[in-house]
Design a protein around this ligand. Structure first.
Ligand code: KG4
Ligand code: ZN
Length: 333
């Protein structure tokens, strides 16, 4: 079964063709990030307009790269992210996907964005060990999810305030670095001293929830108190505190729930220190750690296609009335 998938929940316009064996025939992503940089964050109106201009050409490229006819492709299902995300952006991908499905007389399925992120490591590692603990850390979300089988989720913990990527972006902004801040802080941290600033490791309270906003405030205070500490050292100290919190929570979750593998997902999964630290956690416990490629960490439509095919197999098509859902909890299933 062949699925055309669309992802437009934030600033990336994605289209991909995926088959039900998990093969990615094409995955195209166009980002409008350059338009948002000057504002220090994604501007919803600009993102929506960019999706409107980009969605059709991105779909055309995805079909072409998959070797399919641009007007009458041999597609069995059309999937799109229905939420959570920016409503104006979601609506464009969702409406476009419904239009393609109607035009080709094929079923349509709406996908939860986080469902997509959870499928990303599975696409690249079809033979994972279950139960699988996934640390999903992006610009909008941070959670720990236990999966007993494909699509069978239990949310073990989540951030009580900012997402991990959001903290990276806010700290970067405070330091005068460009948006998005994660990659720049990651780069600088590799040249810095992680002990230069004494920062707290948040949420050492025995729960599996996460918290990053106190750390962000601590960085602001510490840099005001110690203006002599250089940017690389601030970046390294902040990153060390983020990674320490995440590693502690993953370790605690493994102890409590006995997962047999660990996967990383979301934009912050591209972080070099986090990847290295989790590989260490896996090595200590002799369990595999699945690290998605950079393209699979950040928003893309291939992961939406994989989640869409799974949902369609379980529950069938969505209705044409399915609305965009800007806020939408990942349900326990
Ligand atoms: O998953 P994603 O592309 O979009 C959302 O759905 O949020 O994640 C984007 C987030 C941004 O906050 C960005 O700063 C962060 O991922 N990010 C990183 C790195 N690369 C991207 N954070 C830390 N280290 C990185 N190398
Ligand atoms: Zn995302």
């Amino acid at each position: 079964m062949l699925c055309l998938a669309l992802e437009t929940s934030c600033d990336d316009t994605g289209a991909a063709v995926v088959d039900s064996s998990g093969r990615v025939l094409s995955s195209v992503v166009e980002s409008s990030i350059d338009q948002h940089r000057a504002f220090g964050g994604v501007v919803p109106e600009l993102a929506g307009r960019a999706h409107l201009l980009t969605v059709q050409p991105v779909v055309a490229r995805a079909l072409e790269e998959a070797g399919l006819h641009p007007l009458d492709p041999d597609i069995d299902l059309v999937a799109a992210t229905a939420g959570p995300g920016l409503v104006g952006s979601l609506l464009i991908g969702l409406s476009a996907a419904k239009a393609y499905a109607l035009a080709w007389a094929k079923p349509f399925v709406g996908v939860h964005h986080l469902d997509g992120h959870l499928f990303a490591p599975l696409l690249e590692n079809p033979e994972v060990e279950w139960p699988l603990l996934t640390l999903l850390v992006s610009g909008g979300h941070s959670l720990l999810v236990l999966q007993r089988a494909t699509g069978d989720y239990e949310v073990l913990g989540e951030t009580i305030d900012d997402a991990a990527g959001e903290a990276y972006d806010k700290v970067a902004r405070w330091l005068g670095l460009s948006y998005p801040g994660g990659p720049e802080i990651d780069r600088r941290a590799s040249h810095g001293d992680p002990h230069a600033l004494d920062l707290p490791v948040s949420m050492v309270n025995g729960t599996l929830d996460l918290s990053f906003s106190g750390l962000k405030t601590a960085v602001v205070r510490a840099t005001q108190r110690h203006p002599e500490v250089g940017l690389d050292d601030v970046a390294a100290s902040f990153q060390a505190a983020v990674v320490e919190q995440l590693v502690r929570k993953v370790t605690l979750a493994l102890e409590r729930h006995g997962a047999r593998g660990v996967a990383l997902a979301g934009g912050v999964a591209a972080n070099s220190a986090l990847r290295e630290a989790l590989v260490g956690v896996g090595a200590d416990r002799d369990i595999p750690v699945y690290l998605p490629s950079r393209a699979m960490c950040t928003d893309n439509a291939a992961m939406i296609g994989a989640a869409g095919l799974h949902r369609f197999a379980l529950e069938g098509a969505s209705t044409w009335e399915l609305p965009a859902r800007p806020t939408w909890d990942l349900v326990h299933r």
